[in-house]
Design a protein around this ligand. Structure first.
Ligand SMILES: Nc1nc2c(ncn2[C@@H]2O[C@H](COP(=O)(O)OP(=O)(O)O)[C@@H](O)[C@H]2O)c(=O)[nH]1
Ligand SMILES: [Mg+2]
Length: 464
């Protein structure tokens, strides 16, 4: 079975490399606002589990299409010879600096690659493109045209009319925001180009779908495991009695937070790597909302549950569950004195980022004292971590490898506030077990994975 190969060709600076990056899921493809960045034809195979599903070939843009076509026209007498003449053109002009780009971009095509002709649909059609399209037609290779919308203008109609004269299939495809399904649809369009590509490309679509599901579930597991580690983390230092205990407490608390932040970042990098983003990490500092400190009040406002929700999940304790408790807003005075009030009041401090975990002074058997912080007691903490992780995952899944800007907030934050009550209650049961039993129970991780899996689309329709 031959592996389908596609040469992405067109005018300079129309998004050819961007389309290659998106379809090959490869962030190494060089994309630049400067025209002439892609000098050589370069192959980018899409490999899943060691198998190459298809190959994309990035090429330099046409430079002298009209002159090249004139040469070809002068050397062909019948249309039956045209493919042969294109081949001769390339053979005779290799090493000729004037036609360097044409030779490089035509080489894979005459070698049997299908053609993806890319234009910018935000700019008007012009005659200069006709020579390019004519040359491509002369090659006799199966071809498809993609209208990439780079800027704000809209000349789609014009382009569709012009391209329709030369290409059997014309599609609008935005390299920057083509989601997963859009990419698969494009592959299925390719499958129509050549009969012997149909089977491998349909297979490729199946493999990619399965790989996407698999990737999602591995990402969810990474997130679940990270959450468990964060919830259970404990840090201890010997207490130095010659120093201020308060200072040591504060330092230990700081180190504890820093470690949780670090572990969250590690998890992000692992998830990014699953999605074939290795370079994003260098830009981590520029990621707007995700760069918000795990403990910043903005993070907690965006991702934490409301007090009412926290209480309703049952995490605060049976007695308080279901009660109307917005009291904690102004401290915990309202119910103070009653048993319920004490319970809720005491718990409410654990809703916000102010209180994370307790620092305790412990005696040691051989004398002296230990300072210990952790494990995490704050009831809202796991929701904040999970909301951030789900937003990160969602942004990764919505991203293409053509996008080189830092990740920015593309949608509403994924807050578990918008999840269903039952989903939150299920999560809270797992969190409560983890708090009580520690983290040794792999069943809880599995259960957490299932709960997160059912949440991975949370935020798709945020509550009004
Ligand atoms: N907004 C937007 N910009 C794009 C899109 N495709 C490409 N670009 C930008 O256009 C420029 C040229 O892209 P590139 O892929 O290198 O074009 P090539 O010269 O045809 O390979 C780069 O600055 C890209 O970021 C798109 O779909 N939307
Ligand atoms: Mg390029």
């Amino acid at each position: 079975m031959s592996t389908p190969r596609f040469a992405v060709v067109g005018h300079p600076n129309k998004g050819k490399s961007s389309i290659v990056a998106t379809l090959a899921s490869d962030e190494q493809v060089e994309i630049s606002a400067l025209s002439g960045t892609t000098r050589e034809a370069q192959e980018y195979p899409l490999v899943v589990d060691g198998e190459t599903l298809y190959v994309l070939i990035d090429t330099p843009g046409f430079q002298r299409a009209r002159a090249a076509l004139e040469w070809m026209q002068a050397h062909a007498t019948t249309s039956a010879e045209r493919a042969q003449v294109v081949r001769r053109f390339v053979e005779q002009h290799r090493g000729d600096a004037r036609f360097e780009a044409e030779c490089r971009l035509l080489t894979p095509v005459i070698g049997g690659a299908g053609i993806l002709y890319v234009v910018d649909g935000s700019r008007p059609f012009g005659h200069e493109y006709e020579a390019e399209m004519e040359i491509l037609r002369w090659t006799g290779q199966p071809s498809l045209a993609l209208i990439n919308m780079i800027g704000a203008g809209d000349y789609r109609r014009e382009w569709e009319n012009a391209l329709g004269q030369y290409f059997r299939i014309v599609r609008v495809f935005n390299a920057m925001d083509a989601d997963f399904d859009k990419r698969l649809q494009l592959l299925l369009a390719f499958a129509q180009l050549r009969e012997d590509w149909q089977a491998p490309l349909e297979r490729a679509v199946g493999v990619l779908r399965a790989a996407q599901v698999e990737r999602r579930s591995r990402a969810v597991r990474l997130i679940a495991e990270c959450l468990v580690t964060l919830l259970s983390y404990v840090r201890e230092v010997p207490l130095d009695t010659t120093q201020s205990t308060e200072r040591q407490r504060a330092e230990l608390g700081e180190a504890y937070r820093a470690e949780l932040i670090r572990r969250e970042q590690d998890c992000r990098r692992e998830v990014e790597s699953l999605y074939h983003y290795e370079r994003l990490q260098r830009r981590e500092t520029a990621v707007e909302i995700l760069d918000e400190d795990l403990f910043s009040s903005l993070s907690w406002r965006l991702f934490g549950l409301t007090r009412r929700q926290l209480v309703a999940t049952g995490g605060v304790g049976g007695a308080a569950a279901g009660s109307v408790i917005d009291v904690a807003v102004g401290g915990h005075s309202l119910f103070l004195g009653s048993g319920l009030g004490a319970l809720i009041g005491g718990a409410s401090a654990w809703f916000t980022a102010d209180r994370i975990a307790e620092t305790k002074v412990l005696g040691r058997p051989l004398g002296g004292h230990l300072l210990r912080v952790g494990p995490m007691r704050n009831l809202n903490f796991p929701y904040v971590v999970l909301g951030r992780a789900l937003l990160h995952l969602r942004m990764l899944e919505g991203r293409t490898h053509a996008c080189r800007e830092p990740m920015a907030l593309v949608s509403a934050p994924v807050s578990l506030r918008t999840a269903g009550h039952r989903q939150r209650a299920e999560l809270e049961k797992v969190f409560a077990k983890l708090r009580k039993q520690g983290t040794g129970d792999p069943l809880q991780v599995d259960r957490l994975c299932r709960a997160i899996e059912s949440l991975a689309d949370v935020g798709d329709d945020p509550a009004p």
